[in-house]
Design a protein around this ligand. Structure first.
Ligand SMILES: [Mg+2]
Length: 93
């Protein structure tokens, strides 16, 4: 499983990364903008993320905006319905 953790809080990011690394590759991003760069790159390399853990409140680009952009990226690439990226959106920090 290839996971992307998008979280601005260092401790939360580290904890999630440690936990989810047991299940496969685990990348981290510190805000929505950085995440979208990683997501586009993964699609370009034909190796998209299976799971994205997306925090809501983050500087630069928050999780809600990043999610809207992710769905636009998927739509442009013809990815729809059950084929879209699975996620856990938002926990409070
Ligand atoms: Mg946060």
């Amino acid at each position: 499983m290839k996971t992307l953790i998008v979280e601005d809080d260092f401790l939360a990011r580290s904890l999630l990364s440690t936990l989810l690394s047991d299940f496969g590759i685990c990348h981290v991003a510190v805000n929505g903008k950085e995440a979208l760069g990683a997501i586009e790159k993964a699609f370009d390399e034909n190796d998209p993320y299976d799971l994205i853990c997306l925090d809501i409140m983050m500087p630069v680009m928050d999780g809600q905006e990043a999610l809207l952009e992710l769905r636009k990226i998927e739509a442009r690439r013809g990815i729809r319905g059950l084929d879209t990226t699975k996620g856990h959106y938002g926990h409070r920090y």
